[in-house]
Design a protein around this ligand. Structure first.
Ligand code: CU
Length: 71
C-alpha cells in the first residue's frame, strides 16, 4: 500500500473535488482518495493505492474529471 500526494490545479469547489475523487478511485488498485481543496489554486490530492500509479494515468484521470492538471 502506498500513499502519494499530488499537486492538482484547477479545482474550484466541492463538485470538482468529487469529480476528481471519482475518476481517481476508478484507477486500478486505488483504495482511497482524499483532497485538501484550495479553490482556484493548487489542491493537494492524496491517493492511496496497492501499487504506485503512473503519472500519465493520473494526468489522464484528472483531465477526464474536468481538465484539471498536475501542478
Ligand atoms: Cu467545481
Amino acid at each position: 500500500m502506498t500513499s502519494i500526494d499530488y499537486a492538482v490545479a484547477g479545482m474550484t469547489c466541492e463538485h470538482c473535488a468529487r469529480a476528481v475523487t471519482e475518476e481517481l478511485s476508478a484507477l486500478d488498485g486505488v483504495t482511497a482518495v482524499t483532497i485538501e481543496l484550495v479553490a482556484g489554486g493548487v489542491s493537494t490530492v492524496t491517493v492511496t493505492s496497492a501499487a504506485p500509479l503512473s503519472g500519465p494515468d493520473v494526468a489522464a484521470a484528472l483531465d477526464e474529471a474536468g481538465s484539471y492538471t498536475l501542478a
